[in-house]
Design a protein around this ligand. Structure first.
Ligand code: DGJ
Length: 755
């Protein structure tokens, strides 16, 4: 029997184990699955099931099973059914021919698969390079309605991650309707948790929110057709005392980009039900005989040494088992994007001017953003007509891309495939390709409508348009934008009684388009974007390994967004650009150094007009780029640790560090937002250093042991020193590079001499 999945001799007790976690459930008398344990790794439970004795309670429904009494309200379910007296949220609801939604799925067997297969048509986890993943598939059967449910559990032992999904199959002779089907349901034995989640808005994505669980339902969700700026599908349940460095935190995410629901329900016995999956609101999927419905996958992990340990596990897992492997671990190019430099007002000479200067600064990839197609001079026109705008680009995309490559830069192009303008050929030719029920007025957002991606003809059209353009020019990168949400949800090719399938079918169409393009152009790097971080999720990252984190490039706002995003996503997923000041969203003026010191902790880019920038700024940018290239691998793929949270105390300070995987380099950045008079003394204590190794801080005197840097800490000077009159004042950052001087063997503990 394997290490990660163990089953007892009776075939009734299932124990999943990662290097540091255990997950256990069993089959009870009537064939239901009872969840027993999720937490730090424990011994095998074969003989310890007495620990899970249940007490009988009064005034609650009871199943009499042989000599056993099972009370649904008191059971921790593995995949809770509807209608039998567990009055919490069921994991699934299947409406049958007679209108009933009561079902009885009972244990029917299991199998173990080596590794992890990808899900067809959906983004999913994988184990391409043999990291020891194993998949347990549990079969449940409801004989009366003739349906089966397969619960899939993949154990990624070395990342301490479990991936779950379910698949309902109609084995009967008449259709049934799946009204909900969670990817993951988890009953925890208590409710002493903080709900930590990332909520926000456009240009203010992913702000950290932490609050105690309370009795009743609390949830985050989206009904917008995208995972949304408002709530990210990632969340954590942490012990109230958990900090960055200590305590436990459960992390949950969904590999999905459409309407989702993360629901947490605290019941009257003080237990907690966690449920994650497609949002049942507006969802109904008709299953014809022999058809199956596969849910997206949910990711479950637990950090045992604070939030930082959870983030590290998730970052490793996403990089190795979710993100497009062609790019997941390769250096991400430093880009220059023309959006904030020109908006719609550009022509080829202007672009080449920017690109030429950018090349001279060390930039590697030029991205032409919105406005290159149809006759698009503003946001009101031409979406859907992916034909170069000849007035701006007389030589077409091919001509521009050739000229950019001649400069020695790679070339990237913006698309917004899912959208259409009222003023476009495609809308005039195919008015029925727009989302919305016939006869209804359609709501505009940013002067545009949404194409019906549930219609395969639309997907074919977009594939043909995009692929022929990509074939005709050298394109190395695509920024795939999506600037509005779905209203009047309705697909004209979906039968009237199946409109509840529309939201999911829409996102399946998006995934299909991504998959087809990647198949034909495997070396094309995609960056996803939805007015910034409106679709910043693991579903997208499966195809597009990086995402435009936010339309707000202001360093202070970005610090808040990137800091919170880092709880659930690695640095390599976050597009981070230096833009001009005053910032276009906040009007704030920050120094170039501060803008760089924040953007360094992601995939660095520039989004300003370098052709008109002054010499001092250009020199600064050149220095930043050459510095970033030196440490790019650490900054994109190192081990991140958050040190001081801008969400705590007075919110004035943020500090984090990132350490190379071999431990030789640590880069620490500290932001002080406002300059305070006579402020409290500030020491930053590093982490993840070897206590007995010696380190030097680049550009500074002194040699320090790791334990000193971690326990004594480094004094951060005040933002403005009124005695020396030195310091930049508001929005000051300090960036330190700490290098390990020995190879970690500590042959001599005598302090080396300062070099
Ligand atoms: C929204 C994106 O987030 C921006 O970066 C830019 O690409 C615009 N759309 C273009 O319309």
């Amino acid at each position: 029997m394997s290490q990660s999945v163990k089953i007892d001799e009776d075939g009734k007790l299932f124990q999943l184990g990662t290097d540091h976690l255990s997950y256990v459930f069993r089959v009870v008398g009537n064939g239901e699955l009872e969840h027993l344990y999720f937490g730090p790794r424990i011994h095998d439970l074969d003989r310890a099931q007495g620990l899970f004795a249940r007490e009988e309670r009064k005034v609650t429904p009871t199943w009499e099973v042989r000599n056993e009494k099972l009370q649904p309200e008191l059971l921790a379910f593995e995949y809770p059914p509807a209608g039998h007296g567990d009055f919490r949220t069921p994991a699934y609801e299947i409406v049958q021919g007679n209108g009933s939604r009561t079902s009885e799925f009972r244990y029917a067997g299991f199998r173990i698969d080596r590794g992890k297969q990808r899900l067809p048509g959906l983004p999913s986890s994988f184990d391409d390079d043999g990291d020891g993943a194993q998949t347990l598939v549990i079969s449940l059967r409801d004989e009366l309605i003739g349906c089966s449910i397969e619960l899939c559990y993949t154990v990624f032992p070395h990342d301490d991650v479990l991936v779950r999904s379910s698949r309902v199959t109609n084995l009967g002779t008449s259709p049934v309707v799946v009204e909900s089907s969670a990817s993951l349901s988890l009953d925890l034995p208590d409710s002493k948790y903080d709900f930590v989640q990332l909520s926000g808005a456009w240009a203010r994505e992913n702000r950290l929110s932490r609050s105690r669980l309370h009795p009743g339902v609390q949830e985050i969700h989206s009904t917008r057709g995208a995972s949304s700026h408002q709530h990210n599908p990632f969340f954590m349940l942490a012990s109230p005392t958990t900090t960055e460095q200590s305590g436990t935190a459960i992390g949950v995410n969904l590999i999905y980009s459409g309407n989702f629901r993360d629901r947490i329900e605290v019941d009257h016995y003080g237990t907690t039900r966690v449920q994650v999956g497609i949002n049942p609101d507006g969802f109904a999927w008709t299953l014809d005989p022999q058809a199956s419905f596969q849910t997206p996958e949910a990711v479950l992990s637990m950090g045992l040494h604070g939030f930082n340990s959870l983030s590290e596990q998730l970052a490793r897992f996403i990089t190795r088992h979710v993100a497009n492997p062609r790019f997941a671990r390769s250096p991400r190019p430093i880009v220059i994007n023309n959006w904030e430099a020109t908006y719609f007002d550009f022509d080829q000479p202007k672009l080449l001017d920017i690109a030429g200067r950018a090349k001279d600064l060390g930039i590697e990839l030029f991205v032409l953003d919105d406005g290159w197609f149809g006759h698009r001079d503003d946001a009101t026109t031409s979406l859907g007509d992916w034909v170069p705008y000849s007035r701006k680009l007389p030589g077409g995309i091919d001509g521009l891309s050739g000229a950019i490559h001649d400069l020695g830069l790679q070339f990237g192009l913006w698309f917004e495939p899912e959208m259409v303008s009222m003023d476009s050929h495609v809308r005039r030719l195919h008015p029925d390709w727009l989302i919305g029920p016939p006869g209804r007025s359609l709501t505009l957002q940013r002067s545009q409508y949404v194409l019906d991606m549930s219609n395969s003809k639309v997907v074919d059209y977009l594939y043909d348009e995009m692929a022929s353009l990509i074939r005709s020019a050298r394109i190395d990168y695509i920024k795939w934008d999506m600037n509005r949400n779905i209203t009047e949800a309705f697909g004209r090719t979906i039968p009237t009684d199946r409109q509840g399938e529309f939201p999911h079918r829409y996102i399946l169409g998006v995934y299909d388009l991504y998959a087809r393009l990647i198949k034909e152009f495997p070396d094309l790097l995609f960056e996803s974007c939805a007015s910034g971080g409106g679709r910043f999720d693991l579903g997208m990252m499966y195809y597009a390994p990086q995402a435009w984190t936010s339309d707000d490039t202001d360093a202070v706002e970005r610090a808040l967004t990137q800091y919170a995003t880092s709880y659930g996503y690695p640095q390599s997923t976050m597009g981070a650009h230096v833009s001009e000041v005053p910032n276009h969203e906040t009007g704030r003026v920050t120094s170039l150094a501060t803008r760089g010191n924040i953007a360094f902790f992601g995939d660095l880019g520039y989004e300003l007009d370098v052709s008109t920038a002054d010499e001092e700024d250009l020199a600064g940018i050149r220095r930043q780029i050459s510095w970033y290239k030196q440490y790019r691998n650490v900054l994109q793929y190192g081990k991140l640790a958050r040190l001081v949270s801008p969400y705590e105390d007075d919110g004035n300070t943020m500090a984090w560090q990132i350490t190379s995987l071999d431990g030789t380099v640590t880069i620490m950045s500290c932001l002080n937002i406002l300059s305070r008079p006579n402020p409290p003394i500030q020491r930053i204590r590093l982490t993840d250093l070897d206590p007995n190794s010696q380190y030097a801080i680049k550009g500074k005197e002194g040699i320090y042991f790791g334990d000193e840097l971690m326990n004594v800490g480094i004094l951060i000077p005040q933002s403005f020193n009124p005695i020396t009159h030195k310091g930049r004042g508001d929005f000051t950052t300090h960036l330190l590079v700490i290098e390990r001087l020995d190879n970690g063997d500590h042959v001599s503990c005598a302090r080396k001499q300062s070099q």
